[in-house]
Design a binder for this molecule. Sequence first.
Ligand code: HSE
Length: 298
Amino acid sequence: MVRVRIPATSANLGAGFDSLGLAVNLYNYVDMEESDGVFISSTDGTWVPTTKENLIYQSAQRLYDECGKKLCGLRIIQQNNIPMTRGLGSSSACIVGGLAAANQMLGNPLGLDDMVGLASDIEGHPDNTTPALLGGIVTAVLEEGKVFWVKQEVHSALRLIAVIPDFKLSTEMARQVLPEKVSHMDARYNLSRAALFSASLLQGKYENIRIAVEDRLHQPYRMKLIHHAQEVFARAYALGAYGVYISGAGPTMMAIVDGGDAGFVSSLRSYLGELQLDGWKIEELSIDNDGTKVETIS
Ligand code: HSE
């Protein structure tokens, strides 16, 4: 049996729409072995598809196909800690989990670039799948089906505070609200900020982050799909966040805060209480530099 640990991801990071993403220390686990049937279960009570339609199964099947290997069936046990359809890379975790487990079971025929490419091909967004595989902060460009990427480790005491609403928002819907065209001025606005974000994070120039996460390509449109988003952003800034942005396609909002700021989370939690958002959750996270880890457990 192979066990895979896959981190959640937070894509876009404000201005880096479809190009920047990072991994955080919230993990899904996938146990997998070959079998003569399809046996899929979850240990955490979440409903998961138990047929070959299961995304982990499909991703493993795809890797077998790429390698010209026949797959009769799989036993899969999922442990899902990443909330689904919330902008924290739960689909990427399934895809990367299935690919990494299958690759290990076949003796690792695919190298890193192949895995990055295959994951992106299945998911469509390398800014989510690539950090799930590699960890750290990733810059990824998809060009004619090939992913050009750089992973950089982030060594800082920053915390990422995820405010997770109690409703789902599909990536499809969150992309439908985006305009087909943007102005030259807006494109320039984002380009400069996306570049500023990575450099500032890696150099420790956190005072730049507030400007760097500002964006004109997706957040203004997606904010309208997330009720109370404006208030949460404003309160997080009032409480001293370096930056706040919509994680991936949303609806999760991520606040980047100083590692030593002990009161931030309790104050934000009280605020959600004031707004009567009792079903919303807060996760205190940090950046994961390891990416997906695979081990053979029996
Ligand atoms: N960059 C993608 C988006 C992430 O914002 O739509 C979702 O997978």
